[in-house]
Design a protein around this ligand. Structure first.
Ligand code: FE
Length: 130
């Protein structure tokens, strides 16, 4: 009988479960919240200078009396619209669309206008035919 504590299985299980989404550390990774009444979006990247909220304060950590700076709606009237530059749409739909749904707006722009530019170049190249 050994008195050595069996830490291997539990520590292995802990390291094998990184499924828990890590807390965002930078303001860019934090979720933005949009006022459902007026469309104002609280962005941790900007903070709220009128209410003296510094940059980098997540929406959850706003003071209880904080209200929409545009229309005065309470925080309960805000809905999570995710971080900036994240793929738009519901998360459960991101796996559809041959992977296109998971692209960020910037990647979609590059795909659309890049392929348009290639098509224009192709048609212009037809002038090179004899
Ligand atoms: Fe508002």
């Amino acid at each position: 009988m050994s008195t050595e504590p069996e830490t291997t299985p539990s520590s292995e299980a802990e390291s094998a479960v990184p499924l828990e989404v890590s807390k965002p550390t930078t303001p860019e990774e934090m979720d933005r919240y949009e006022c459902r009444s007026c469309g104002y979006a609280y962005e941790p990247v900007k903070g709220d200078s009128r209410a003296h909220i510094p940059i980098g304060v997540p929406f959850q950590d706003l003071p209880p009396g904080w209200r929409c700076p545009i229309c005065g709606a309470p925080t309960s009237q805000f809905s999570n619209i995710g971080p900036k530059g994240a793929p738009s749409g519901f998360k459960e739909n991101l796996k559809y669309g041959f992977g296109v749904n998971a692209l960020t707006p910037g990647q979609k722009n590059l795909l659309i206008f890049g392929s348009l530019a290639i098509a224009v170049m192709f048609f212009l190249s037809l002038y090179g035919l004899r």
